[in-house]
Ligand binder design. Structure first.
Ligand SMILES: Cc1cc2nc3c(=O)[nH]c(=O)nc-3n(C[C@H](O)[C@H](O)[C@H](O)COP(=O)(O)OP(=O)(O)OC[C@H]3O[C@@H](n4cnc5c(N)ncnc54)[C@H](O)[C@@H]3O)c2cc1C
Length: 362
């Protein structure tokens, strides 16, 4: 019979949960990860895999700090995986055709990117008019492959991965968490980490209503046609094209506040497709092979939630990655592990603390 007691239980096996579990086990803890579905099949699977925020300078500084740190840590994360699956990280660079929005200038954008350590150049556009912004070091990963490689690694390291196992609530005693009530019975642990993405709010007592919510994003994939010539991530007016190594192209994305609904609608898909073909005419006529939607974990102040619950000892949270959860993952997992081990952190943890959104200290 498998054990029901662990040092740490991680609830949710997306990118946040899998990377957190690996970082915590590295510190010597016995760790279990639960997912109510198959691991790695929600937002982390649905995302585009761009390892840099889109229009990065428009995010609050604490988001940019974590994303930039995540970008720097990706090569080490990938090198540490125990799996035969290649996540296909590809440094293609990203070209943004409409970088300068209202109230922004070349100088203001450059200053923000420079302070985050994100290399960039301004250059005359090959397509369209005016100055394009070129980010030469931006990579993308094939995130479904990355998740499979993380799952392999979790298993190879002896972390108990329990799929089809839903957390229904927390076990609490005298102001401490003592485990998780699950669809397979009670599991006990000294500490619990909530990494349940857009579904996390229900598992974090005292969180102000509306602090965490799903934000739908629709995507599509165009058939592999290596001759399409797309050799970089291309972005305009919120629509991006991501080249994959097999010659397919992923196009995204919508940003929709539609509750827990992953419906794909024909009108939004047609708009994405038309925009993609206008941006890169060689895609015209390429067949759409997949259409899908995922639910990003959004937060009311756009910042991740990362830290210990202010009034429930042992309850930790790592969620709220919103549009950048893949890019930030190596940094958020390490920050969580450093905080739980009481070590100094690479990024100031203060802005992500939970007490900003938890109003009732019980
Ligand atoms: C269309 C789209 C495009 C995106 N593009 C990018 C991009 O290019 N770059 C980037 O950095 N980010 C991108 N993102 C954002 C990124 O995908 C997310 O921020 C990130 O995947 C969130 O990871 P997560 O682990 O927090 O959530 P998820 O991947 O959603 O994982 C949460 C897990 O928790 C499980 N769970 C929920 N409730 C319970 C429960 N009660 N018990 C047990 N398990 C539970 C779920 O089944 C799920 O597996 C995109 C997102 C979308 C939707």
């Amino acid at each position: 019979m498998s054990s029901t007691r662990f040092d740490i239980i991680v609830v949710g096996a997306g990118i946040a949960g899998l990377t957190s579990a690996l970082a915590l086990q590295r510190d010597g803890a016995s760790v279990a990860v639960l997912d109510r579905h198959r691991a790695g099949t929600e937002a982390s699977w649905a995302g585009g895999g761009i390892l840099c925020p889109l229009y990065a300078w428009r995010y609050p500084q604490p988001v940019l700090a974590l994303a930039a740190e995540g970008m720097r840590r990706y090569p080490d994360l990938l090198a540490s995986l125990d799996s035969g699956i290649d996540p296909e990280r590809w440094v293609t660079g990203m070209e943004i055709l409409d970088p300068i929005g209202e109230g922004e200038s070349v100088d203001s954008i450059s200053a923000t990117l420079t302070s985050a350590g994100i290399a960039h150049q301004w250059r005359r556009q090959e397509i369209g008019h005016g100055e394009a912004l070129w980010l030469p070091e931006v990579a993308n990963v094939r995130n479904p492959y990355l998740l499979d490689a993380l799952i392999d690694t979790v298993r190879a390291r002896g972390i108990g991965l329990r799929e089809q196992c839903a957390a229904n609530g927390l076990l609490l005693s005298e102001g401490r968490v003592t485990g998780v009530a699950t669809s397979e019975g009670d599991l006990h642990a000294d500490r619990v980490v909530i990494t349940a993405g857009a579904w996390s709010e229900a598992l974090i007592p005292g969180l102000a209503a509306g602090s965490l919510f799903p934000v739908r994003g629709q995507m599509l994939r165009l058939e592999p046609r290596p001759q399409n010539g797309l050799d970089r991530i291309l972005m305009e007016n919120g629509v991006y094209l991501i080249p994959r190594r097999d010659g397919s192209v992923v196009v995204g994305s919508t940003v929709e506040y539609a509750g827990f609904d992953k419906t794909v609608d024909a009108e939004a898909q047609a708009r994405l497709h038309a925009h993609a073909c206008r941006l890169w005419p060689q895609l015209d006529g390429a067949e759409i092979t997949h259409r899908w939607a995922g639910l990003r974990p959004g937060s009311s102040d756009e910042l991740p939630l990362l830290g210990e619950h202010p009034s429930i000892a042992g309850l930790w949270v790592n969620t709220g990655g919103f549009r950048n959860g893949l890019a930030m993952a190596p940094a958020t997992a390490d920050l969580l592990a450093d905080r739980m081990a009481d070590r100094p952190t690479a990024v100031d943890p203060t802005p992500y603390r939970l007490d900003r959104l938890i109003q009732t200290a019980r």
